[in-house]
Ligand binder design. Structure first.
Ligand code: ATP
Ligand code: MG
Length: 267
């Protein structure tokens, strides 16, 4: 039974998509079957997996609006353990369309029920959220078991984190009481840089065990990989970026096992 994890932070450019794509590939390396759902109209996760917006004819929008079914939008990537529900250009209009739906409560549960139906087909479902707390992100949070929060090791990192945590709390009080925190992930860090170390220390002081032990270093290879439509473990498996995402996958699996939530399933 797949666990559904939203990768979310309304702050732009903090490593959400890089984490979604590379954690997905790292989990696939660990023999897990993974589905990536691209909920961001920018379509970065889709292009990072080899499907740039221009090449996509059907995607999440069609699924959310009930125009196509799951199989019609499911996209197989080069990696046979990794599937994708791509974003498509029209997804940018979905934010407004979802907000004015007459039956918003039912609409909110649509992504949830669509993904629930897929739980048995995957070990992990990762949702790449857009840099906002709009309707698409709320849809993703309602559909998820947990939220993984990338936190960029830089000066304004903590700014906006309160708002995100409040949004998560609201979703828990309302439509999705079971929503958990998968953890806060420090991204783009440089251990030689005082500021990066300070941000990490501050986060660990505030959130303790809620901050994952694994940190993602700044690594040029991670920045290059998407332009080849490849994850880091395919593009440069020996890079420190690839190692970091494999460590992240292992840590998440270990934490879940310790918490008794991991259901082992042979692929
Ligand atoms: P958005 O809010 O626009 O969706 P995002 O949070 O998804 O952005 P990414 O697209 O993952 O952020 O990363 C922003 C930029 O930083 C990208 O160009 C990406 O390649 C680069 N990047 C992300 N993580 C790293 C890293 N660890 N090392 C080097 N470059 C990185
Ligand atoms: Mg992104």
């Amino acid at each position: 039974m797949a666990r559904i994890v939203a990768i979310s932070n309304q702050k732009g450019g903090v490593g959400k998509t890089t984490t979604t794509v590379n954690l997905a590939a790292a989990l696939a390396m660990r023999e897990r079957k993974v589905l990536v759902v691209d909920v961001d109209a920018q379509g970065n996760a889709s292009s990072g997996l080899g499907f740039p917006l221009g090449s996509i004819t059907a995607g999440l929008y069609d699924l959310l609006m009930g125009e196509l079914d799951f199989d019609a939008v499911l996209t197989k990537t080069e990696n046979q353990r990794l599937h994708l529900i791509p974003a498509s250009r029209d997804l940018s209009g979905a934010e407004t369309e979802l907000a004015i739906q007459p039956d918003r409560a039912a609409q909110l549960r649509r992504l949830l029920s669509l993904l629930n139906e897929q739980r048995e087909n995957y070990d992990d479902i990762l949702i790449d959220c857009p840099p906002s707390l709009g309707m698409l992100t709320i849809n993703a949070l309602v559909a998820s078991d947990s939220v993984l929060i990338p936190l960029q090791a830089e000066y304004f990192a903590m700014e906006g984190l309160g708002e995100l945590l409040r949004t998560i709390a609201h979703v828990r009080k309302g439509p999705n009481p079971k929503l958990e925190r998968e953890g806060i992930l420090i991204t783009m860090t440089d251990q030689r840089n005082n500021l990066c170390r300070e941000v990490e220390e501050q986060a660990r002081k505030l959130f303790g065990n809620g901050v994952l032990t694994t940190v993602i270093p700044r690594n040029v290879r991670l920045g290059e990989a998407p332009s080849f439509g490849k994850s880091i473990v395919d593009y440069d498996p020996r890079s420190i970026g690839a190692q970091a995402y494999l460590d992240l996958a292992d840590e998440l699996l270990r934490r879940r096992q310790e918490a008794g939530i991991e259901t082992k399933r042979a692929v």
